[in-house]
Design a protein around this ligand. Structure first.
Ligand code: FES
Ligand code: FES
Length: 151
C-alpha cells in the first residue's frame, strides 16, 4: 500500500519491482513526473517521499511501500490554491521548454519545507542536482527567493 497525492493505492504484487517513475507515469497516468537520464543525475523525475525530495527513477515501488508520496499533480490542493512555489514560478515566468520544471518545482518545494529561508548557497547546493537544458537557472533562483518570502 502507498499513499500518493492523498489517495491510497494498493499495489499488485507483480508491480512491486517496477521502477517508481514508470509506475507513476504508466500505471497511474501521473505524467507530470518526467523521465530524463534514468540514472539519478538530472532531477526530472523528482517527487516527494514522506516530504523529502527523491529521484523516482532510482526507486522501485517496493522501496516506498507504506510511504506518503507527492507528485507535481498533488502539490497544490486545487488549481485555485497553488503552492507558493508554483505561484512564484508563474510570477517569474520560469519555464522555457518545461521538461525539467516539475522536478525543479518538487525539489524547490522540498527545500522550502525544510528550510523556509535558504541562503543563495543553500539554494545552489540543494538545486544542483536538477538540470535544465534551457538554462532557466536564474529564474528558478529568483522564484525560490520569492516563494521563500511569501511562504
Ligand atoms: S530521470 Fe531520474 S534523475 Fe534523471
Ligand atoms: S525548461 Fe527546458 S529543460 Fe528546463
Amino acid at each position: 500500500m502507498l499513499v500518493i497525492n492523498g489517495q491510497i493505492i494498493d499495489v499488485p504484487e507483480p508491480l512491486l519491482t517496477v521502477r517508481l517513475v514508470d509506475f507513476l507515469r504508466d500505471f497511474l497516468n501521473l505524467r507530470g513526473t518526467k523521465f530524463g537520464c534514468g540514472q539519478g543525475l538530472c532531477g526530472a523525475c523528482t517527487i516527494h517521499v514522506n516530504g523529502q525530495s527523491a529521484r523516482s527513477c532510482q526507486l522501485q515501488v517496493q522501496d516506498v511501500l507504506d510511504s506518503k508520496l507527492t507528485t507535481i499533480e498533488g502539490l497544490a490542493s486545487n488549481e485555485s490554491d497553488l503552492h507558493p512555489v508554483q505561484k512564484a514560478w508563474i510570477e517569474s515566468a520560469v519555464p522555457q521548454c518545461g521538461y525539467c520544471q516539475p522536478g525543479q518545482i518538487m525539489s524547490a518545494s522540498a527545500l522550502l519545507a525544510e528550510n523556509p529561508s535558504p541562503s543563495d548557497q543553500e539554494i545552489d547546493t540543494h538545486m544542483s542536482g536538477n538540470l535544465c537544458r534551457c538554462g532557466t537557472y536564474p529564474r528558478i533562483k529568483q522564484a525560490i527567493k520569492t516563494a521563500s518570502r511569501e511562504s
